[in-house]
Design a protein around this ligand. Structure first.
Ligand code: PEP
Ligand code: MN
Length: 282
């Protein structure tokens, strides 16, 4: 029997709309968050931020502290990465979405982030979730890779119980028996969460599939399923990326995808929150 209360539809019928500065998440306008898996260098983040901004994107993602499976893998540029995110976001007028790995880093990351990302691996770090409940910035809560919908909503409940009502849920795929993809992207979670909760839910088909060619179909499927937005890993040279290059789309693919996202959104009676009309490439 589920025990979430504040995040439940029964508690609040109207969908929660979250303000990120002057932008909204969870409104009729879909939000598109794009950027590299990790901030790798000044030139890399500058180039990607510039190009996605030209494509119309308003939210930049990029990890400065990376939770990597191997301790030998690139761990992120840490504070230097956060500073670079801030610099480019100012230059191109972007909101920053970046991950906080634990409570000890909250103070450091806070001034550099517009949205604090909680990674899949941390969804059940309950002490950390309690701390995030005291923060006055929106939290993007990834689904744990082995979390049920119930556990995920209860994780959100921890944050909301602490007083922070600004939570964006993010479906990013789950571990199943099927190893033909990195994760099994659970499209069903999107309309189901919409039935159960008033919180906005976005989709991350990059983490969700682990395969560049699957990002477009799962992006469109997510919107058809009712997602409030997408988080997309985008890289100008994915073959050289220090993390998740195999699931990062090229910038030209993002530019081709945006008009298709708009078409799919229109079918759902929704629009897409972009800086300008995305070019009609299709
Ligand atoms: C990411 O967004 O790069 C990431 C590490 O996500 P997740 O926590 O969903 O694996
Ligand atoms: Mn990644």
């Amino acid at each position: 029997m589920s025990d979430y209360r504040l995040v439940a539809k029964d508690y609040k019928e109207a969908p929660t709309v979250i303000s990120v500065g002057d932008e909204l998440i969870g409104s009729d306008e879909l939000c598109i968050i794009a950027g590299p898996c990790a901030v790798e260098s000044e030139s890399q983040i500058y180039e990607i931020a510039k190009q996605i901004s030209e494509a119309g994107i308003k939210f930049l993602r990029g990890g400065a502290y990376k939770p990597r499976t191997s301790p030998y893998a690139f761990q992120g540029l840490k504070l230097d990465g956060l500073k670079l995110l801030k610099e480019v976001s100012k230059e191109f007028g972007l909101k920053v979405v970046t991950e906080v790995l634990d409570t000890s880093l909250l103070e450091e990351v806070y001034p550099y982030a517009d949205v604090l990302q909680v990674g899949s691996r941390n969804m059940k770090n309950y002490q950390f979730l309690k701390e995030l409940g005291k923060v006055d910035k929106p939290v993007l809560l990834k689904r744990g890779m082995s979390a049920t919908i119930d556990e995920w909503l209860l994780a959100a409940e921890y944050i909301m119980l602490g007083g922070n009502e600004n939570i964006i849920l993010c479906e990013r795929g789950i571990r199943t028996f099927d190893d033909s993809v990195r994760n099994t992207f659970d499209v069903t979670a999107i309309p189901l969460v919409k039935e159960l909760s008033h919180l906005p839910i976005i989709a991350d088909p990059s983490q969700g599939t682990g395969k560049r060619s699957l990002v477009k179909p799962m992006s469109l499927a997510s919107i058809a399923a009712g997602a409030d937005g997408l988080m997309l890993e985008v890289h100008h040279h994915p073959e050289e990326a220090l993390s998740d290059g195999f699931q990062s789309i090229y910038i030209h693919q993002l530019k081709e995808l945006l008009p298709q996202i708009k078409k799919q959104a229109a079918l759902m009676n929704r629009t897409v929150n972009l800086k300008h009309q995305a070019p009609q490439i299709v």
